[in-house]
Design a protein around this ligand. Sequence first.
Ligand code: ATR
Length: 290
Amino acid sequence: MGVMDGKKGAIMVLTDRYAVFGCPIKHSKSPRIHRLFAEQTGQTLGYTAVEVPAEQFRTAVATFFAEGGKGLNCTVPLKELAWSYADRKTERAELSKAVNTLALLADGSILGDNTDGIGLVTDLTANHGIALAGMRILILGAGGASRGIIAPILEQSPQSLVIANRTVDKAVKLAAEFHDKGKIPITGSGFDDLENRQFDLILNATSASLSGQLPLLPPGLLAAQGSCYDLAYGNEPTAFVRWGLENHAAKSLDGLGMLVEQAAEAFFIWRGIRPKTRSVIELLNSERQP
Ligand code: ATR
């Protein structure tokens, strides 16, 4: 939309504004990704990263939308707060109890969605050719990151799902919550209970990964031709990606592809156009420092 700027007498172009809120947010790749998507699809929009501490979240979001903002991504530690903020939510957001995408709807209400799980599944299946149907899947961790990926994984009809966590009780509760969502066995356990078990796909959703730590995992846990996926990513291979390589994983991947895919899904919600992700993933991959 073009409007006259009274002072300068020039035409100002009002671009649709988007942002990612989080704390910390300095190293976020989201502005880069969304600008690449916008360029690729010929969309005119602005996307910035804003540091918002949890206690300022509600005010910051209200101000953003009041000032004409169209959509937000929310990251650590704001996803649960975004879930509470949304006027209405998609089913996958309801189930994950976390929202990473807020969108202004035509009636002025705010929709909350969670695109993390579908981002992971798309990266695994479309980008890496790892079909989840019939697989024995293990998720490490029972926090917010795990909760966000369970429903989209169940939709892929794996053979079974085990959620293993340091605090066993949390894994058992999380498994019970999703019990009637899939027609497959879903169990919660501790890491010790994994002895003599085998999995075709192991997903690391613990926050330990970010500090280079790993739960102690028994040898033989990964089946022959099995794959590993760390939801976290870094410039260098994470501790879990290295564990996968040491344990002869067919593929041992980190979460950079998931990051781009969850962003593509958010872009689609906001703009109604699905950007192509391959070239963006390749670009970000090529920029990783050795
Ligand atoms: P997120 O939203 O990233 O999932 P979270 O809800 O705080 O963050 O959950 C962090 C997860 O990482 C939990 O499953 C946590 O295990 P506990 O429930 O036992 O705390 C797991 N985690 C964090 N540090 C860990 C470590 N050093 N070893 C194993 N698991 C760890």
